[in-house]
Design a protein around this ligand. Structure first.
Ligand SMILES: [Zn+2]
Length: 523
């Protein structure tokens, strides 16, 4: 009887658990047993490992092979355990050095010919291995760029099983690739040299652009109501261009979510995502595609792919009610918890929400609204689809009207003076810095996160400044929530202007941005 072991990582959400892969070769009749709660896709590892070993000239011994994956209580899925299983068997069979194999984490799926195939989730898996104290890992060559984002771990990219066997001392010829050890470099911050789209593309919407800048600076959620063709989508797509680059920690988290979203692997080149993402699901999206889920092992949804970026729901009232309701908990906590039979997964979901809506089902209820063909009850039920609790979280409610020909003409002429996203991004970054300094003793760092009581009691503004709001509150034309929203927006406006506290001008701006209590309500 001989024993050996290696290591792999099981992912649940973004959390990686180190899995010990033990191999035992005993003198019983030839068989291959896999134990330790593997799912169906992992059980097939037996056939892949057997064929890959044989075709690499490293045949498995004609005896009983038992593989134990522990801890047994941790659910395991997918094909990423293949490489660790193959290496632990080779170590138990004396083909490679067992003390070497036991020090490495092996991640990779095997093809029947022995090629090492790309797998999802290498970045979060290596972060898990690093926390567990591992210093060396083999990953598929196709995942090497992504793996190198984790510093403190030496990673080797392998394209064939023979190459990994040779790394651990197998006496074979391998000319697939050199066993070049790639020393991880400091994650390079790759700021995209030019960002398309740009707010300078938007003509004749100065107020909307100002609102977008305030939204970016304070992290405020935003609702835009306007007829089709008014430019709502164009504006929403430009919000990410106003947000500053992601700090390393947030960039790693965003890249990690993309790494496990299997449908995005093709798009994920392995480089660090340093710009805030933009997600725009269609209004036919299901709850599980929006918040995450799926059969068996939970996958991240649009809200997690929009983490540290923007989630845009165009034609928001057309989304199914349960889909919109499912946003409430993540908006509150900044993460989503998904329970499935396979286990409980947590995904980050700290996104900025942008909702767009037509003023009515036919979309023509703007201006004087004379061409609208909707009945009053149709308009009411349309407005009611955006629920109060969801709208409560939206600080900015903006009516968007299409730019008229005169504005377009002026806008086209003054092309040189139009503000670019790059310029606005600097203003936004400075405003965020000012807010973060003011809030340094609190758990919050952007104005949108600051709760009402703190705004009213700790961040006191002079009564003369807030008198307009106080009067509106006394007369009952403004709710307490609306009052707090105005204060939050006024602080962001002041931060953008470089003022240390809001002025009357900032309050007026806030009242304009806040819009009406329910901007969807038919007039
Ligand atoms: Zn209508």
């Amino acid at each position: 009887m001989s024993l050996a072991k290696s290591y792999a990582v099981s992912l649940m959400g973004l959390a990686g658990t180190l899995i010990e892969v033990e191999a035992e070769i005993s003198s019983n009749l030839p068989s291959f047993v896999l134990i330790g709660l593997p799912d169906a896709s992992l059980s097939e590892a037996k056939d892949r490992v057997r064929a890959a070993s044989h075709n690499s000239g490293l045949s498995m011994p004609a005896r009983r092979v038992t593989i134990n994956l522990s801890p047994a209580s941790v659910p395991k899925h997918g094909a990423s355990f293949d490489l660790a299983i193959a290496l632990s068997i080779m170590a138990a069979g004396g083909l490679v050095r067992s003390e070497s194999v036991a020090k490495w984490v092996h991640l990779g799926e095997l093809g029947l010919d022995g090629t090492v195939r790309q797998i999802p989730g290498v970045l979060p898996a290596l972060l898990g291995a690093k926390i567990a104290g591992f210093k060396h890992a083999v990953v598929p060559l196709a995942n090497l760029a992504e793996a190198q984002l984790v510093d403190g771990i030496t990673v080797v990219g392998a394209s064939h099983l023979r190459q990994v066997a040779k790394l651990h001392g197998a006496e074979i010829q391998s000319d697939e690739c050199t066993n070049e050890v790639h020393v991880p470099k400091q994650a390079a911050s790759q700021t995209t040299p030019f960002l398309i789209p740009d707010i300078s593309d938007v003509i004749g919407q100065e107020e909307a652009i100002q609102a977008l800048t305030v939204a970016a600076a304070g992290g405020h959620h935003l609702l835009m109501v306007g007829p089709p063709g008014a430019g709502k989508t164009m504006l929403a797509e430009r919000l990410p261009t106003l947000l500053p680059d992601l700090p390393l920690r947030e960039a790693l988290e965003t890249t990690a979510v993309y790494s496990i979203a299997t449908n995005r692997v093709a798009l994920n080149s392995g480089s660090l995502i340093t710009r805030p993402p933009f997600e725009a699901p269609h209004h036919s999206a299901s709850v599980s595609s929006l918040v995450g889920g799926g059969m068996g092992f939970p996958r991240p949804g649009h809200i997690s792919l929009a983490n540290h970026g923007v989630l845009f729901l165009d034609e928001a009232p057309e989304f199914q009610k349960p889909v919109l309701e499912s946003l409430r908990q993540p908006l509150e906590s900044g993460e989503v918890i998904i329970n499935r039979s396979a286990g409980t997964a947590r995904f980050p979901a700290r996104f900025q929400l942008v909702l767009a809506a037509n003023p009515c089902p036919c979309g023509r209820l703007s201006g004087k609204g004379q061409r609208c063909v909707c009945s009053q009850s149709q308009k009411l039920s349309y407005a009611a689809r955006l629920s109060g609790p969801l709208l409560d979280r939206v600080d900015i409610r903006l009516a968007i009207t299409p730019a008229n020909p005169a504005q377009m003409a002026i806008g086209n002429q003054s092309q040189v003076e139009r503000k670019t996203s790059a310029l606005a991004r600097v203003e936004v970054a400075n405003a965020r810095l000012a807010a973060a300094e003011r809030l340094s003793q609190t758990p919050w760092f952007i104005n949108a996160q600051v709760p009402g009581p703190y705004l009213r009691n700790q961040l006191k503004t002079q009564p003369a400044i807030t008198s307009q709001l106080d009067r509106a509150l006394d007369r009952g034309v403004m709710s307490m929530r609306g009052y707090d929203r105005c204060l939050r927006l006024a602080w962001t406006s002041a931060d953008l202007a470089g003022r240390t506290s809001p002025t009357l001008e900032d309050i007026s701006m806030a009242i304009y941005l806040r819009g009406s209590e329910n901007p969807m309500e038919p007039r």
